[in-house]
Design a protein around this ligand. Structure first.
Ligand code: G3I
Ligand code: 9MR
Length: 570
């Protein structure tokens, strides 16, 4: 039984719970823009009609009939859909079904996701390495500087003639990857790109979104100031002597659950890899493009980025199959990936856009294997498609964007088809419940948004909205999976500052990884998972790094999709 009663649950609340007591009706707890498709999931067996009531007065403003009952494999639950898309009046509402507790209150309004989007970006500011955060920027989450990374050692695995083992280099700034304090180029790649794409696709939204970064007021959009903090770090990870890029900057083992300034173990750059070089090349080429309009603030920056991208590419071509091998004395995250054709494809796409050169073009347009429904840190080919489609008019041969468009639409059509067959109207497959499943949902939404931008077909935007709704409460645990947002959200993420800062509420604005039946953390958890069902395999406890960690690559599609829905939903 995955829905414990209120009483049974209360006993666990202090220590972190398998999941909190769930109300029966599951809905996006942040709400909707007025014109959006609006769906909720209701347990079958209750009444067959629903009402939307004004949260303050209790007065019904909309009535409807529930869809037919069907069982969702991923939860084992029989559910019915409430569709109240016809309600477009701004307000605060609940959903009422006879025999069920009312849903949490949610808003219909033109700015439904503004605070969420700003909060999800602010999470990156609070995640910066090498900076003290004062109360003006961080409020109660102000903290001392940690991990200056001004004296980082070259690890034996990364030694080169001009930088032998033990050489000291400076590699400051950047974002901590996740619940840990290490910095990984592969994961920085997709994270940084996704935020750059958000700005590139929806500049009007971000130009108005005040984020309160330390650099606010410097003439750059705040989101780009935030991205620059990580780009500055990434640039230091390239060996100037050969163009190769270190895979990660890390401690030998994971830090304890302490604040950044208390984590003082020596730090190393570890092994140059092909994936790091290619992800770096792709991001630097994309950054040279997106930041070019702001070059006056930093003369030569775009050109430097492009030169760095091309030299990383050359290293990768000379070293096409150097995969990450964790050295025996290092125990931190691996981001290891044996398949590199997608990294070559993405980097080539960005470099073709930037330079028009034939060899990049050939690699960018090389045949791709089957339908790929969403990007991920180890599957970056769709990121190249996104850039090619977006940059069509600026390509040396604009028709070269046709293939990217076809791939995007094939992915989106597959997601829409799955959604049509899904009892909960979601594009996710049961096999999508892996480590970081919430970001799988949001990266699928991101792909659907691309298809919508290319075709303006409502089915794509509706499917994106549903995937977004899933992560914000329309799921069988009735959780908004973003800390600090929604009626019921994670309280105990696997996130060192959230555990160590002495503040009861976790650092806000973070998407947790989400349900993951792999439960690879079970050995480190004294509290067990309550269920093995894919969509229920979630534990709101700081021990649960396989379902309740946060990560920069998971927040990025949250930032993107919230901005997209705010910009496109009309
Ligand atoms: O892709 C396979 C899939 O084909 C298979 O069906 C499925 C069955 O288990 O597994 C899938 O692979 C999983 C993969 O995540 C999916 O992306 C692996 O089992 C799983 O172990 C792997 O987890 C990765 C995890 O590190 C452990 O290596 C996560 O992707 C990755 O996000 C996570 O990253 C960590 C960093 O190492 C350290 N910092 C924190 C960060 C977040 O937890
Ligand atoms: O804190 C670590 C987290 O960031 C990683 O995603 C996770 C998997 O690599 O590992 C966590 O560290 C745990 C380690 O793997 C096993 N011992 C307990 C650690 C958590 O404190």
């Amino acid at each position: 039984m995955h829905r414990p009663t209120l009483l049974a649950c209360a006993a666990f609340l202090a220590a972190g719970t398998a999941h909190a007591a769930a109300a029966g009706i599951d809905v996006n707890q942040l709400g909707f823009l007025p014109a959006a498709q609006k769906l909720a999931v209701v347990p079958a067996g209750a009444g067959s009609t629903f009402k939307i009531v004004d949260a303050a007065s209790g007065k019904a403003v909309f009535e409807g009939t529930l869809g037919p009952a069907a069982t969702w494999d991923a939860s084992g639950e029989s559910v019915r859909i409430a569709d109240f898309s016809g309600l477009r009046t701004a307000g605060t509402y609940r959903i009422a079904v006879a025999g069920q507790p009312d849903s949490p209150a949610f808003v219909i309004g033109a700015d439904a996701y503004r605070a969420l989007d700003a909060g999800a970006i602010h999470a990156y500011t609070l995640q910066r390495a090498g900076i003290a955060l004062d109360a003006r920027v961080a409020g109660p989450y102000a903290r001392a500087l940690g991990h200056p990374d001004d004296k980082v050692l070259v690890h034996a695995s990364a030694a080169s003639p001009k930088r032998p083992e033990g050489t000291v280099i400076a590699s400051p700034k950047g974002w901590y990857d996740a619940g840990d304090y290490n910095k990984y180029i592969v994961n920085s790649g997709i994270s940084t790109y996704t935020l750059l794409a958000a700005y590139e696709h929806f500049p009007a939204w971000f130009d108005k979104l005040a984020l309160n970064v330390p650099e606010s007021g410097n003439g750059m959009p705040d989101i780009l100031d935030e991205v620059l903090w990580n780009l500055d770090w990434m640039a230091t990870m390239q060996d100037p002597d050969d163009g190769g890029v270190y895979h990660k900057l890390t401690n030998k083992r994971f830090d304890g659950m302490v604040m950044p300034d208390r984590a003082t173990a020596p730090r190393y750059v570890v092994q140059k890899t092909t994936a790091a070089a290619l992800d770096f090349a792709a991001v630097m080429a994309a950054a040279s493009r997106v930041l070019a309009p702001f070059d006056a603030k930093a003369p030569g920056r775009s050109q430097r980025y492009l030169a760095a991208a091309e030299s990383a590419w050359r290293w990768a071509v000379e070293h096409p199959a150097v995969t990450y091998r964790q050295p025996p004395d290092i125990a931190t995250g691996t981001y290891d990936d044996e398949k590199l054709d997608d990294e070559f494809s993405w980097a080539a796409s960005e470099l073709y856009i930037a330079t028009g050169k034939d060899d990049y073009r050939a690699r960018a347009l090389a045949a791709a294997p089957g339908v790929q429904t969403a990007p991920g840190w180890s599957d970056v080919r769709p990121l190249g498609w996104i850039s090619l489609a977006q940059q069509r008019a600026h390509l040396k041969h604009p028709d070269d964007a046709d293939g990217a468009r076809r791939h995007i639409l094939a992915a989106a059509d597959e997601l829409v088809a799955r959604r049509q067959a899904s009892p909960v109207r979601l594009p996710m497959a049961t096999s999508d419940f892996v480590w970081g499943s919430n970001a799988v949902a949001l990266n699928q939404a991101l792909m659907l948004v691309q298809a919508y931008r290319l075709t303006h077909k409502a089915a794509y935007l509706d499917a994106a909205q549903s995937a977004f709704d899933y992560t914000l409460g329309r799921n069988p645990l009735g959780m908004s999976y973003v800390t600090g947002f929604g009626a019921r959200s994670p309280m105990h993420p696997h996130h060192r500052p959230s555990v160590a800062d002495g503040i009861a509420a976790p650092v806000p604005g973070w998407l947790v990884g989400g349900p993951n039946p792999g439960q690879q953390d079970a050995k480190d958890c004294r509290v067990g998972y309550a269920s093995k069902a894919p969509a229920l395999s979630y534990l709101d406890n700081a021990c649960a790094y396989a379902s309740n960690e946060v990560a920069i690559n998971w927040n990025a599609p949250l930032v993107y999709v919230a901005a997209a829905l705010q910009s496109l939903e009309r």
